[in-house]
Design a protein around this ligand. Structure first.
Ligand SMILES: Nc1ncnc2c1ncn2[C@@H]1O[C@H](COP(=O)(O)OP(=O)(O)OP(=O)(O)O)[C@@H](O)[C@H]1O
Length: 293
């Protein structure tokens, strides 16, 4: 079992602190959702992990070996992102051939099926692809290369709803045929909520959440009822947000509930990952970023 470890990664661009002491461990056979608001540092982190840019401090290791300039280890990862690694004039077939020779093999059977399902014209040149098909082509590479760690940075960028659904179902199929590690950075939380096993939230360059989705959801509690009863019940709990609907109040709690008694007037249920994300990352809205403090 391979393990990808990110230790004490710090990155600044000029005087701007983009990543601050990021520590993460990615285990083989899991699907991680990497979430964060615009500018949180997700793409920077994925680029550092794959040696496309360098960290100011810290290191990235696979199975205890540093990946810097280490082709054997870098060949275990593929990062699909908005950044195009291929020249506009290159033919898609040639890119597949070159990628196959760098990574050692390529699942042509799966690629042929995906090319047909997505309706990709494989005889095109890379630069002629539409935004959606540019993503689709890179996703096909990501799914068909023999890597242990598949890093997807906004994988469905430009894909229509039909193609997004097709991609998610192919991702699950590919994962079940060949379990490996996926790290998916996306803003479409609801679309990946049922796919990911673990959730990581980056906020202003810091990891503020890193847990199995199941454990996270079990700690979400929506407490709904008359305002006074709800406020009384949630007193001392970690209330991260609220809604008012007339005289009815909903307090959103993240954390364990103790054995306090629930009044008959108050209802308890869980809430979803997207809501949790919004409340956890809203807290600094309008306030200065860490680097400005
Ligand atoms: N090459 C660069 N030079 C200067 N600043 C940069 C550079 N790359 C990224 N940044 C800054 O680093 C911060 C984090 O950017 P990054 O692209 O990693 O965020 P992100 O979480 O992927 O955002 P989004 O969801 O909007 O794509 C942003 O403030 C961005 O402007």
């Amino acid at each position: 079992m391979s393990v990808l470890e990110v230790s004490h990664i710090t990155k600044t661009f000029g005087s701007k602190h983009v990543l601050s002491d990021v520590n993460l461990t990615f285990e083989e056979g899991k699907i991680y959702g990497l979430l964060g608001r615009n500018g949180a540092g997700k793409s920077t982190l994925l680029s550092i992990m794959t040696n496309r840019i360098f960290a100011g401090e810290g290191e990235v290791k696979i199975d205890s070996e540093n990946v810097d300039d280490n082709d054997a280890k870098l060949g275990l990862m593929y990062l699909m992102s908005e950044v195009n690694l291929y020249a506009d004039g290159w033919k898609l077939k040639q890119i597949i051939k070159d990628s196959e020779s760098f990574y050692g093999s390529f699942n042509h059977e799966l690629a042929d099926r995906l090319i047909t399902e997505f309706g990709l014209d494989i005889n095109q040149k890379f630069g002629k692809l539409s935004t959606g098909y540019n993503s689709i082509f890179k996703l096909i590479l990501a799914l068909c290369l023999p890597v242990k760690f598949v890093l997807l940075d906004e994988p469905v960028l430009g894909l229509d709803a039909n193609h997004r659904e097709l991609f998610y179902s192919e991702l699950i199929q590919s994962y079940s045929d060949n379990p490996r590690t996926f790290i998916i950075s996306t803003h479409l939380i609801e679309e990946v909520a049922n796919i990911i096993s673990d959730v990581i939230v980056l906020d202003q360059g810091r990891v503020i959440l890193n847990q199995p989705v199941e454990d996270v959801l079990a700690k979400t509690h929506s407490v709904v009822g008359p305002e006074k009863d709800v406020d009384q019940y949630t007193q001392g709990l970690n209330v991260i947000g609220h809604d008012n609907m007339g005289s009815i109040r909903a307090n959103y709690v993240y954390g364990d509930l103790d054995d306090r008694i629930l009044p008959d007037t108050v209802q308890l249920s869980n809430f979803d990952l997207q809501k949790l994300f919004i409340y956890l990352t809203n807290q600094y809205e309008g306030s200065a970023h860490h680097e400005d403090k």
